[in-house]
Design a protein around this ligand. Sequence first.
Ligand SMILES: CC(C)(COP(=O)(O)OP(=O)(O)OC[C@H]1O[C@@H](n2cnc3c(N)ncnc32)[C@H](O)[C@@H]1OP(=O)(O)O)[C@@H](O)C(=O)NCCC(=O)NCCS
Length: 229
Amino acid sequence: MKRRNRAKKPDTMVKFQLMPGTYYVIRPMEHEDILQVAQIDRVAFPGEWVFRTQSAYKRDLDNPSIRYIVVCNKRDVSKSEGQAMQKLPWFKRLFSYERHLNVSENVVGFSGFWMIMREAHIIAIGVRGGYRRLGIGEGLLIATIELAQILNANVVTLEVRASNEIAQDLYKKYGFRVAGRRLRYYSSDGEDAIIMSTDNIASMPFQASLQQLKKAHAQRHRGIFAQVR
Ligand SMILES: CC(C)(COP(=O)(O)OP(=O)(O)OC[C@H]1O[C@@H](n2cnc3c(N)ncnc32)[C@H](O)[C@@H]1OP(=O)(O)O)[C@@H](O)C(=O)NCCC(=O)NCCS
């Protein structure tokens, strides 16, 4: 019997834990996430989010050449919390349940890229303020590279503001190198963009380094960083 390849349409791509009881799940973005992603985008990219309106996100999610993924934090409902909820009158239970759902599906980061031939071009990676420096951006970049590889990309590229050293440091850590410069690329303020690109992501040296970084990321953030495809 033919085995179905479930790797191409994962519900949950990656699961990792940064704080006890709170799990961070990386999964493909859905239409319901648009509002939260647009909020993060607006804060993370003050001059650029205008190009990524909610209707643009809707279009992009229906475009098979464009992929967006999100990180959500999910809180485990403890047994006692669940039992206490059962004792509440139905209307209060409904309210609490909805509130719980809001907490459990809080989107804290997103990443998107489009495929042009065998190149995966990163559109944006953004992490919600207050959730930065926790390894979420790095987790998104790892998942982005891995998804690009599943989609048969052999290189990952992007543009980043010349002044954005934080993001450039993240990309350099993952083997991106400066490949050029686009003068006055950002129309909001005329800042230059740095073009960065990986080597062949399927190559042995790139894969060896990616696996090492992924392992270090999982260890550093103490928890589970397991592929759950
Ligand atoms: C860039 C961004 C996505 C990083 O997300 P994050 O979750 O805070 O990053 P992580 O905690 O995973 O850090 C991963 C790496 O990024 C770099 N980095 C992140 N924050 C940094 C900081 N404040 N100073 C220096 N380097 C930093 C480091 O290389 C770090 O690795 P290290 O911890 O081994 O030093 C986040 O700062 C952000 O959303 N910025 C605004 C939007 C943006 O600039 N996006 C990138 C352009 S597309």
